[in-house]
Design a protein around this ligand. Sequence first.
Ligand code: COA
Length: 249
Amino acid sequence: MPDTILLEREGGLLTLRLNRPDKKNALTRAMYSRLAEALELAGNDPQINAVLISGSAECFTAGNDIADFLEQPPSDLDSPVFHFMLNLLECRKPVIAAVAGAAVGIGTTLLLHCDLVYVSRDARLRMPFVNLGLCPEFGSSLILPRLLGQAKAAQLLLLGEGFSGEQAAQWGIATQALDSGEAALSKAREMALRFDDLPTEAVRISKQLMRAPDRELLRKAIEHEGALFTQRLRSPEALAALTGFIKRH
Ligand code: COA
């Protein structure tokens, strides 16, 4: 079976490449575990200065694997998806994301916890949690209303409307929108490699300072959302929507 998370080293950069093209890089429990481990490794390895999370030039990720949601839903904070997201939140090294094509569900949520995000203009981001009978996750119910205002956040989180990479950059969800998927991946790599030339300790302290004011609030929001999300996964609304997706494919 091909490796669904490819780890690549280049100088002080560790790239975590999502590699499940036949399923649009949908994330399984095994993939979350591998991502969680890699982030922990990067945090503890003094030779690693930055982490880049990317998919391909055609697709970032279709979000959580829907069959996994039905067969092995996360039940508590000890589940692989929580390990991954908490390691992302706590990562001491800068995390950069390169996004092209679809970034659905957690594929958009995780961007809110990256330090720099490069997207293709025509990337398609969406958080269809309500549409699937679920609710926002991993701090998005806290971060998005603050970033965008309630009215715009409701468009994304209550209606579950999709938006482009171009809009993501205009709204401050992404750092910069580029003309193509290839350009987004290449820009993200270029900027991630810049950390090899920056003073490591100054970067670490600055990232910590930028994150510190909201840290506790965010942790509480994530726990609250997580408890509701795991309940929602067993709700008749979610089960109908998720089995509907499986039947259509
Ligand atoms: N979980 C499991 N499988 C998924 C998946 C997911 N989240 N998203 C896509 N796939 C699979 C499809 O079942 C299909 O597999 P098959 O070829 O064996 O039938 C394959 O990936 C290709 O998907 P398809 O829908 O044909 O591709 P597309 O280019 O038309 O659309 C998406 C891409 C990402 C827009 C669309 O697949 C989608 O909306 N996926 C669901 C996203 C979602 O709701 N995620 C969960 C959020 S909480």
